[in-house]
Design a protein around this ligand. Structure first.
Ligand SMILES: [Zn+2]
Ligand SMILES: [Zn+2]
Length: 188
C-alpha cells in the first residue's frame, strides 16, 4: 500500500532531493463552486516533486483519478463520469517576478503551466481541486445526442415522448402569436 503523504514541502526537496507523494481526498462538490458537478467520489492523487532548472523553481508531475456525477446541460439529469489524468506543473517564486500593480501581465505559452508560489508548502489537496476543476467540461452532456427537455412541458425527451407539438417552425409561430396577442392587448 502506498503511504499517504499529502504536503509538498520545498525545503525537504532542497535538503533530501526529489520526493514522492500520494493521498486520497474527500472533496464536497460545493467546494468547487461548479453547478455542473453533482457528486464526487474519493480523489486519488500521486505526485513527484523535484527542483527545476531556474532558481527557486520546482517541478511537480502527478496523476489524479476520480469518479463523480455531472449534470447534463441539456436534460439536467446527473450522469456518471470518470477522470484519470496526468499533470505537469512548474512552481516559481512570486517574489522573483516583480511587477507594478497596474503593469499588464503577459503570459508566454511556456508560462501557462507555471504557478507562482509565496508559501514553500503546497498541499496536494489544492492540486486535486485544480485537477477536478479542469476536468469539468463547459457544457457537460450525458450523451452527444441528448434530446434535452421539452420547452413546453419540461419532459425529458430522452425518456418520454410528450404530446406537445413543437418544432423550430412552431416556436417561431409561437413567438409571432405572442406578438399578435400583445398587439391586440395594446389595441383594446
Ligand atoms: Zn442529457
Ligand atoms: Zn412537452
Amino acid at each position: 500500500m502506498v503511504k499517504t503523504r499529502e504536503t509538498i514541502v520545498f525545503d525537504e526537496i532542497d535538503k533530501d532531493g526529489p520526493q514522492s507523494y500520494a493521498a486520497t481526498f474527500t472533496v464536497a462538490p460545493e467546494e468547487l463552486h461548479s453547478d455542473e458537478l453533482a457528486a464526487l467520489g474519493p480523489v486519488s492523487m500521486t505526485a513527484e516533486a523535484r527542483k527545476g532548472e531556474l532558481r527557486g523553481e520546482y517541478l511537480v508531475d502527478g496523476t489524479s483519478r476520480f469518479t463523480g456525477d455531472l449534470t447534463c446541460s441539456r436534460c439536467l439529469e446527473p450522469y456518471p463520469f470518470a477522470s484519470s489524468s496526468t499533470f505537469h506543473l512548474r512552481f516559481q517564486p512570486r517574489s522573483d517576478v516583480p511587477r507594478a500593480e497596474d503593469e499588464e501581465i503577459e503570459i508566454s505559452p511556456e508560462e501557462l503551466d507555471v504557478e507562482f508560489y509565496v508559501e514553500r508548502v503546497i498541499p496536494l489537496r489544492d492540486l486535486a481541486l485544480e485537477q477536478i476543476q479542469l476536468s469539468i467540461p463547459m457544457k457537460p452532456l450525458c450523451n452527444e445526442r441528448c434530446l434535452g427537455l421539452c420547452t413546453v412541458c419540461g419532459a425529458n425527451r430522452n425518456r418520454e415522448i410528450c404530446s406537445c407539438v413543437e418544432s423550430a417552425l412552431d416556436e417561431r409561430w409561437g413567438a409571432l402569436r405572442e406578438i399578435q396577442q400583445k398587439m391586440k392587448k395594446g389595441e383594446s
